[in-house]
Each structure stands twice: as C-alpha cells, then as structure tokens.
Design a protein around this ligand. Structure first.
Ligand code: NA7
Length: 539
C-alpha cells in the first residue's frame, strides 16, 4: 500500500496512537502483535517523524547508526545495511520506510491527518479522538507518540510576514530541496539545525549571514562510511551491545569515567579532551570526567579547552570570541558538525552577534538589527521547537471531568515517570517530559517506553482491568525527584529548551529526567513488578 493511499478510518479500536515516527511505528507493531486493533494518525505523508520533517541540508543524527536503530527484531538488525557512521536524514528515512514495509505497518496508519482533540468519556471508559478531517474514533487507550522535537517554532520577531523573498524553517523543509546557488541567505538560529546546515548552505550560496543569539558547543563528527569489519563485529555481538545500551546512562555504552577533571594535571586533561574531540562522539566528550555535569569548576576546564579549540580553527579572533559559549558545556544540547568552525573562515560567511546588536524586525528586504538592515533573497529559520510539551499541548486533550492537559500543565509538565499524568486515565506518552528522552539515544528510550506501555496493556487485559491512571501522590513524588536530580546538575544554569527557556512565557522547568537511562529503566521495571505501584488500576 502506498503512503498516500487513502484509508478508511475505523470508528472504534483498542488503541489510537498519534504519530508515525520511531515511537508510533514500534508501538503499532507491538500492540498489533498482542492482538490489539490500532490506528495511527500521522500528519505527514509517510512514516519517519523527525526524519520525515527535518530535511534541511546537512541534517544528520548525532548518534551512530549502529546504535541509533531498533533492537526489537534481531532479523531486522542483521539484514539492514547502514552506510555511514552518522547517517544523513535521507538514510534514516530510508530505514524508517524499510521498517514500515517489512512489518506491514502502513495499513494501520492514516497519513495526512492531524489529531486535534482527545476526550476521556467517563461512562464509556474510552477516549474519543478527533482529527482535523472530522473523523472521530473511540479507543480504550490513547498514546501520544508525538516526539519531543516536533512542534516547530518561529521566532517572535516583528514583521515576519513582510519579507518578499523565500522563507524556510529547517523543520519544514521542502521535499524537493532548496537551490541556494547565487542567493544571499540570512539564517537565524545556531542550534543543531543551524550548525549542521550552515556549512552546506555556505558552499552553495553567494553570501550567508548568520544571526546568532546563543552560540553552540559543537564537536566535529568525523563522519565516514562504515567499514565492513565494524559492521560485522557489531552484528556478531548485537545482543550484548543492546543490553549495554539499556544499562548505560545515555543509551550509548561508554567507558565510565573514574576521575574528576580537577584531579588531573593540565597536560593530562588536554590529552583526554583532545582524544574526545578526535573521536567525533558527543557522549565521549561528556564522559571524559566524573564531574562535568555537576561541578562548575570541572566544567570550566572543558569550556576553556573548547574555547581554545574554536580560537585555533576560526582565524578572525572577534568571530571566534562570538562563537564561544558562556554557559557550561553540555547544559544546552551540544552539536555534532561537519566543517562548522572552518566555515567561519570563508569570506562570504558573516556572523551577527544578536547579544551585541539585537534583532529588531524582518523587513521586506531582509533582516534588521539595531545596527543595520541585511538584505537577503532567502531567510532560513533554524529556530527550533516548543520542545517536549508543545506537541502534547497542541492537541486539546481532556481527561477526567473535562480537565485540559494544557491547563493542568500551565506551571510546567507534571507526569509520573514521563509515561502518564494524573487525571488522564489510559493515556500514555512515549518519551514524555519527566523521562530521559532527549538526554538519551532516543531509539533506546522509545523502545523502553513502548515495551512498558505494551506490558501494562497486557497486564490490564490479563487481569480484566479497565483503567490505569497515575496517582497524584506518585506524580508529585516523581516531579520532586526529577527536580532533585536536575538540581544536582549544572543543567538549570543554561537558558535551554530543556528548561523551556526558548519559548517566551513557558515555565522554566527542567523537563527531561537526568538520572540516566539504566537507572530509569530499573525504576519503571520495579513499578511494573509491584503491580504498577503509583498507578491506580480499576475494573
Ligand atoms: P534549537 O537547538 O532549539 O536551536 C534553535 C536556535 O534558534 C537557537 O540558537 C536559538 O537561540 C535560536 N533562536 C530561537 N528563537 C530565536 C529568536 N527569536 N531570535 C534569534 N534566535 C533565535 O533547535 P534545532 O532545530 O537547532 O535543534 C533541535 C534539536 O534537534 C537539537 O538539540 C538536537 O537534539 C536535534 P537560543 O539558544 O534560544 O538563544
């Protein structure tokens, strides 16, 4: 069945899933294997989620392909041939499509369809889910598999509509691509999307001006084709590797550090940082010492070292200064790049530091700062997402007594384990706020959540139970625990999207769980083993 073929929407199913990214695809497969009827609604015309939408030039994953892939099917693992160490967006999308075909997923996915509302109907004990096309489906279970970075965000700048040239957001890139040849390009935003696309756009454009509010820490990816021997070796040891992923802190096994950054000599530290820089692995960099995430002085050593590196590569000292972040390393999402810092040595690439000269407005002709107007033919917005909660609160979700999820979360998201929220029975979130999610290899966290949700549904059905819902007490305790763990770290020191700081008016709350994937999984397993402790189950 082709992705675009219209499919009839059933009126009543066991489970409605929102989103056909890596979460929704695996959830569909798992629940179907358990004999449930499932419908997945997907706004795009095909599977892939993040990797369907984010087609900007240079888009790549920052986790290695042999680790950033499903583990649920050993056959899939053995059959699939990854080509690059850090695959491009088209390669990952190809993988998602392959999985959809191989497990015949598309027949239960309704494409080009956004879910607009979901209401818990107390008497029926089901969710009524509505779509933009007016379909209404009843389901015992409602799962938001909408991803952490899917509600894209345009900046709050006056005059957005007045620009007469072409405008693109990195998260809504045209499928046919964009030809920058001979164009003057303005690009706003220097998170991962900006950092990855800037070198590629610079190659093509006549001239590129980048408007930077906050610089990123970026590590050269040192991407390369995978060697046959390393693929064979991983395939021969996949089971053990997957287990190590599940037990690790970030879903990527690394050598666990044993030393503080402050207990080694400057020379020894330099050698260790240089090796991490050369390795092209973010997790290696962040795992160099025990205390980078928790101790300011320790983190300062990494910060100074990276600043030095930036100054070594970027020839203009003023530009290099502007590219040096002042927040602790790792407290905003670090980036993985190909030729990012080198690009600043090009004569046709210019940096505007918005901290010095703020952005005032978008004009007919381009971008105006407090200092001057920059004319452009194309504006690229690499301005990110209303992360972690945006996609959840964009749907009008109403739980018991018509209570709205959006209103309930006005002061910040409140969940138990990032899986459920009190007042919203039989509703689950895959990698919701309060779970490791964006601090981890997403595929590992997605699989863990999907397995857990599939397990709880199996439990309910086996025991003849009808509903499950987080208790307010368990939720309060979990929120306190998430905050307590974040409080031990330096994360709250940066204005990051982890903190909701990139969205004006969004409460400043550290949203992901920083306790590590392994420890978190253990906690979820214990909760299940104790009969879903902290959840109320009813017949
Ligand atoms: P990010 O990481 O949220 O980056 C967005 C960038 O856009 C960031 O540099 C922002 O600066 C900047 N931004 C946002 N709004 C504005 C306004 N109004 N003016 C100027 N600059 C602005 O999103 P990405 O798409 O790059 O990456 C998202 C994740 O995808 C990434 O972390 C990886 O996990 C993969 P700010 O930092 O807010 O000052």
């Amino acid at each position: 069945m082709s992705a675009s073929e219209a499919q009839p929407t059933p009126r009543s199913v066991d489970a409605v899933v929102v989103g056909a990214g890596f979460s929704g695809m695996y959830l569909l497969h798992q629940l179907r294997e358990q004999g449930l009827s499932v419908v997945v609604f997907e706004a795009g015309t095909d599977v892939g989620g993040t990797w369907y939408w984010n087609r900007y030039p240079g888009a790549r994953v920052d986790v290695e392909s042999l680790a950033y892939s499903y583990s649920f099917s050993p056959d899939l693992e053995q059959e699939y041939q990854w080509e690059e160490r850090y695959p491009t967006q088209p390669e990952i999308l190809k993988y998602a499509r392959h999985v959809a075909d191989r497990f015949d997923l598309r027949r239960d996915i309704v494409f080009r369809t956004r879910v607009t509302a979901a209401t818990w109907e107390e008497d029926a004990g089901t969710w009524l889910v509505r779509t933009e096309h007016g379909d209404a489906v009843n389901a015992r279970f409602f799962v938001m598999a909408t991803g952490c970075l899917s509600a894209s965000k345009m900046p709050e700048i006056p005059g957005l509509e007045s620009f007469k040239g072409a405008t693109y957001h990195t998260a809504h890139w045209p499928h046919e691509g964009v030809d920058f040849t001979g164009k003057r390009v303005a690009l706003i935003g220097t998170g991962s999307s900006g950092v990855q696309s800037i070198p590629v756009i610079a190659e093509q454009a006549a001239d590129l001006t980048v408007f930077q509010r906050t610089p990123a820490y970026s590590l050269p990816a040192r991407n390369r084709p995978l060697r046959p021997d390393e693929i064979a070796e991983r395939k021969a040891s996949y089971r053990a590797y997957r287990q190590a992923q599940r037990e690790s802190a970030a879903g990527i096994p690394v050598t666990v550090p044993t030393k503080s950054a402050l207990e080694v000599s400057d020379a020894e530290r330099d050698v260790i940082y240089e090796a991490a820089w050369e390795s092209g692995s973010l997790v290696n960099l962040l795992s160099t010492f025990t205390d980078l995430a928790t101790d300011q002085a320790a983190n300062d050593t990494a910060k100074r070292w990276i600043h030095r590196k930036i100054h070594e590569i970027v020839k203009d000292p003023e530009v290099a200064d502007d590219l040096c972040p002042d927040y602790p390393v790792g407290t905003k999402r670090p980036c993985l790049d190909t030729g990012y810092y080198e690009t600043w040595n090009r004569p046709d690439v210019h940096l505007v530091n918005l901290r010095r000269t703020p952005l005032v407005e978008i004009t007919e002709k381009g971008v105006r700062t407090a200092e001057r107007e920059y004319e452009a033919d194309i504006i690229v917005y690499a301005t990110g997402f209303d992360a972690m909660t945006g996609a959840l609160t964009n749907v009008d979700i109403r739980g018991r007594d018509g209570v709205s999820l959006k209103e309930t979360w006005q002061a910040g998201p409140r969940t138990y384990l990032g899986l459920g929220s009190a007042g919203f029975p039989n509703m689950f979130m895959i990698t919701g706020p309060g779970s490791p999610s964006v601090l981890s290899n997403m595929v590992v966290s997605i699989e863990q959540h999907v397995d857990w949700v599939a397990g709880v549904i199996r439990h309910l059905d086996t025991e003849g139970l009808r509903t499950i819902e987080a208790t307010p007490q368990a939720q309060d305790d979990w929120v306190a625990h998430v905050n307590e763990i974040a409080g031990y770290t330096l994360y709250p020191k940066a204005n990051s999207w982890y903190m909701g700081a990139n969205v004006p008016g969004k409460p400043r709350v550290f949203m992901p769980y920083a306790g590590g994937v392994g420890a978190y999984r253990k906690r979820c397993d214990e909760v299940a083993a104790k009969g879903y402790e902290g959840f109320a189950l009813t017949v």
